[in-house]
Design a protein around this ligand. Sequence first.
Ligand SMILES: *Cc1c(COP(=O)(O)O)cnc(C)c1O
Length: 577
Amino acid sequence: MVAYFSMEIAVAPEFPTYSGGLGVLAGDTLRSAADMGLPLAAVTLVDRKGYFRQCLDPITGMQTEEPQPWNPDSILTPEEPVVTVTLEGRPVAVRGWRYDLEGVTGHRIPIYFLDTDLEQNDPKDRTLTDFLYGGDADYRLRQEAILGIGGARLLRALEYEPTVYHMNEGHAALLTVPVLEQELHGAGLQTATERDLEAVRRRCVFTTHTPVPAGHDRFSGEQAYRILGTERAGMLERFGCFHDGLLNMTYVALRFSRFVNGVAMQHGKVSRQMFPEYTIDAITNGVHAGTWTARSVQAIFDKHLPRWRQDNVTLRYAIDIPENEIVEAHAASKQVLIDTVKAASGVEMKPEVFTLGFARRAATYKRADLLFTDPERLVKIAEKFGGLQVVYAGKAHPADEPGKAKIRRVIELARDLRETPLQVVYLENYEWKLGAILTGGVDLWLNTPRRPYEASGTSGMKAALNGVPSLSILDGWWIEGWIEGVTGWAIEDNDDEAVEAMSLYDHLEKLILPLYTKDTGQWRRIMRSTIALNGSFFNTQRMLEQYVLNAYFPERPAEKIPESKSPQPDLENSVAH
Ligand SMILES: *Cc1c(COP(=O)(O)O)cnc(C)c1O
């Protein structure tokens, strides 16, 4: 079986145990694993105080944060075993809460949420599983030790015997330490040889998720030795996991894995340039089709492609669904969006007006304000085509001041433009449900990252399942999903932002809005081909099939079949000439 480790997992909308794309991907992966009946169990932290709820001042656009406490006791099942991880010389007791995710055929995937809030722990250690990505670097390293070391020990205590450990990002890399300990059968870590490391490698798979160097976790040597202890930190240093004197979690995972992959073809290339001494493959991300398709669109899939939930490839045949049914289903999800915007902001959007969506973490490289490089031109475009609506959402990490500044700029602009035909709204607290309403309800999904920083991106895939084409910089998944004028459009990629913005405006003015307002037949065909071509491929079911074939069980022995008793025909001579 496969043990899947992730610092964040978006399990259900009411669990505040994720921050963004990485957690949504992990949740979607597990949902597809459940649909496919894969032998897999997952481990994460319980995050009693969650990530954070975003509050935005409607006038200034200033972001403030509130914790999102939740009560796992009422939803999850406590497990018996308690395991111990020694941190800074102190034993920390860890237990797990179990939640079973059920797939469409009834198969279940257990998820274990690790918790250190136990009476026997030092008060400081009881808070180690409170905040997702909260606290300082010490807190983070301790959390990663709980996740990796505590998680692997807990699975063993629960009598799992994983043949494969999958590290979803470097946060989980310390799981390699207990796997190595297991290989050593009680001999100390200081006795480990390259051969022992090789035995660990046979069992480990690592997915790296970011081409941004700062996205790779690093800790000082002092921290590593103090918190993890001399034996563990010494072993990691000896095996080349320190770089520039820092313990680097990406190198831990790279050193100890037999299969490493990036999350889109382009990201594989970028990762190979970052880590040239390693073999790095690529498996492009996906989204869980059943989760990210709007109700109204689900209904037409159920009617025309009844097996689509078990077998996502079936969505390829969406190409035969009558166009008017897709258009009507989309109109219904657009109305849900309009109602949501009205309730959240008081703004009345119009169903007939072309609507753009942009929602993502407000990291600077995502460039939420590229669309507003030349607001006057955008207003002119809106005037020419009977109006334009833009819906924004996205949280900035609490410590990300430049990201927060981007949010303020969009909100200020929205206010300045209020009297024009260009309506802009910024919705508060982007999370799962809002993400689904946005990707399903807009007419066009916009993505403007600075290349090559978007490792994959998945929100455009959610839009595609709903027949919503993308207008995006050619980065991440879009390099693979883009067929100009069939699944969406590409913004010219240039070092000069003004040129990129110009390309964005030109696409809107000369291609997209004329199609939408005047050539509705062609627009409908684009909606439909977006589902058939991209919905059928960019899903986590296809993605997991690739993990199974390439990463998890690449050498799965064939089942024994009886030997044939008769001689085999000589094929070469049997070909008639
Ligand atoms: C899908 C999703 C993301 C990831 O989208 P990107 O395109 O990778 O930015 C982030 N947050 C939420 C709430 C999502 O639903």
